[in-house]
Design a protein around this ligand. Structure first.
Ligand SMILES: Cc1cc2nc3c(=O)[nH]c(=O)nc-3n(C[C@H](O)[C@H](O)[C@H](O)COP(=O)(O)O)c2cc1C
Length: 208
């Protein structure tokens, strides 16, 4: 399993750095391969596609979520590459949680309406003194991730034929195809994953 932490901050070794280091360590301890990357609005985010979970986080400066993360979603190709991804969000800011939830989180969420948001969290700047808060956030992400996977597997059954087909594609692509097919079945309300459904999914997704 692969997790990516995409973050932005004006500072080095500030509260955001503490948060991403703790998130990364916690995920690694749970068996994830973890990478972190600092956002740049003009970057090519196609590399994001290979990750199972993407965690987006940044501070708020002058009432706006830090500009490189905000810009990557609003003007760059991050939103496109996050399609069908399971994500988690965090912000660090000085405002109380209800204010941040009402004013700042929507600045990100408006670009992520088609994503499954596993968890979201507002961290105060003094989070350094409360590592448990960060670890609880990671536990919530993993709990929701596992729950989403389990319920998807239970809701749509693979027919024998389509399972056989899955075995014909290279091993390293099978997990990705299985996930995409199950997400498609869930979205469309199919109870069975048949060869016909796989063909429809392929046509709708532009032959990916
Ligand atoms: C210049 C500046 C502007 C800020 N503006 C806001 C703001 O508008 N709203 C808010 O809730 N917090 C604001 N904060 C608090 C930061 O979001 C908070 O300190 C955050 O933890 C900084 O992250 P960093 O340590 O990674 O830079 C501001 C902080 C600074 C330094």
């Amino acid at each position: 399993m692969k997790a990516l932490i995409l973050y932005d901050s004006r500072t080095s070794s500030g509260s955001t750095d503490v948060i991403i280091d703790t998130i990364g360590r916690s995920l690694a301890e749970s068996g994830f391969y973890v990478e972190k990357a600092r956002c740049k609005a003009t970057a090519d985010y196609s590399f994001v596609r290979e990750f199972d979970i993407v965690i987006l986080g940044a501070p708020v400066y002058y009432f706006i979520v830090s500009t490189q993360l905000f810009g990557s979603l609003a003007y760059g190709n991050l939103k496109k590459n996050l399609r069908r991804k399971k994500i988690a969000l965090f912000l660090t800011c000085g405002s109380p949680e209800p204010v941040a939830t009402a004013l700042y989180l929507p600045q990100l969420k408006v670009h992520l309406i088609r994503n499954k948001i596993l968890a979201e969290k507002i961290f105060p700047p003094n989070v350094l003194s409360n590592v448990e808060l960060i670890e609880t956030f990671v536990e919530e992400i993993l709990h929701e991730y596992n729950r989403a996977k389990k319920s998807r597997v239970l809701s749509a059954k693979w027919t024998e034929e389509s399972q056989e087909w899955l075995q014909t594609i290279p091993g390293f692509l099978q997990d990705k195809f299985r996930d995409m097919a199950e997400e498609y079945a869930e979205k469309k309300g199919y109870q069975e994953i048949t060869l016909e459904m796989l063909e429809d999914a392929r046509d709708e997704m532009g032959g990916q």
